[in-house]
Design a protein around this ligand. Structure first.
Ligand SMILES: [Mn+2]
Length: 342
């Protein structure tokens, strides 16, 4: 081992104790979380002989993410309550205990936490690697993997490359030289044809219709663009629309919401680092645990307690939007509806 990796020495010292290991990316896992889980499973199973399984809450919704799981044959299970007593240890990837976006019950302490998101407090886990300067959690796993000097299977390299590309918006949000160097080191090992298939998946009519609704419903106040998607078939599309709307000329902030299973899912994107996206969104939802993020991106979800009615959904959408606009120094009364309609 040429480079030192804390993860590698921790895993090699604790093989027995860790096995079997349940590897948990966050719920509704995105490419970065999926690639990170895939990398940890490779390290566990192939390098250290630790039995391990990947399981997640929610669904894999976005067409790109489904294409990734299919093309790279990433085996993941849907979490059930029964999972927790079948494993000796747990790993959380791209999330942390106390974040609202993972399904590890509070009574379990994970053995491993690897994440790029800002920590809200300290953790009891044996192994913690939190680095919010990393552009993707995949970068942290890739560095551990490269330190082993094991050959990197092409499917795994492809997953990590896509995890980095997707979390950094094709490197435009890359945090550091390390992000880019890691990406370049992995790229020669990746299957670029598979990568192309993942990046240009076939889309369902519903998902295209949702993208259309995102544009149609957009409204603008000052340099903030907002769109409420209403009911969505999967929550992943909400951040996709936020990314798309942020590309609108002159915009500094994009905020999107979508209704899914009695929760209003939220996505916030900033064009520059003039504020911390996570702090801003936590202020908007008035709760530490229901929002998180890194750098210029944040996401969260707020439950709609009690009866589900259109009026109550709309009230929640408006309340959160107005709070956002005010905290950016704007006036919600000046919203221009249908700003992207000709
Ligand atoms: Mn990530």
């Amino acid at each position: 081992m040429s480079k030192r990796s804390r993860l590698i020495s921790y895993m090699s010292r604790n093989r027995e104790r860790l096995s079997p290991l349940l590897i948990m990316p966050h719920d509704y896992p995105d490419p970065d979380a999926i690639a990170s889980a895939f990398a940890l499973r490779f390290l566990a199973s192939e390098v250290f002989g630790i039995r391990s399984t990947i399981a997640h809450g929610g669904v894999v919704g976005r067409p790109e993410n489904r294409a990734m799981v299919d093309a790279l044959r990433i085996r993941m299970q849907t979490l059930t309550p029964g999972h927790f007593n079948r494993f000796a240890s747990f790993a959380l990837l791209d999330t942390q205990p106390g974040f609202g976006n993972n399904s590890l019950p509070a009574r379990y302490t994970p053995s491993i936490i690897i994440d790029q998101h800002e920590a809200l407090g300290s953790h009891d886990a044996d192994f913690v690697h939190i680095d919010n300067t990393a552009g993707a959690t995949s970068v942290l796993l890739a560095q551990a993997l490269l330190a082993t000097e094991e050959p990197i299977p092409s499917k795994l390299a492809t997953a990590l490359v896509y995890g980095i590309l997707s979390d950094t918006l094709n490197l435009s949000r890359a945090g550091s030289k390390t992000d880019i160097d890691t990406y370049l080191t992995l790229l020669p090992h990746a299957d670029v044809r598979a990568l192309a298939r993942i990046q240009h998946p076939r889309r369902t009519r519903e998902s295209l219709a949702t993208l259309g609704r995102g544009i149609h419903n957009a409204s603008i106040v000052d340099k903030t663009i907002v769109s409420h998607l209403g009911s969505v078939e999967n929550p992943d599309v909400i951040s996709q629309v936020a990314d798309m709307l942020l590309s609108c000329e002159g915009m500094r902030v994009a905020f999107t919401t979508g209704r899914y299973k009695k929760r209003l899912h939220l996505s916030l994107r900033l064009a520059t680092r003039f504020r911390s996206a996570a702090k801003l969104l936590r202020h908007v939802v008035e709760d530490q645990q229901s929002a998180g993020g890194h750098g210029r991106i944040a996401g969260g979800a707020v439950p709609l307690d009690g009866r589900v009615t259109g009026v109550r959904w709309r009230h929640l959408e408006t309340t959160l939007t107005n709070r956002l606009v005010r905290s950016l120094g704007g006036d919600p009364k000046r919203f221009r509806q249908g700003a992207l309609r000709q």
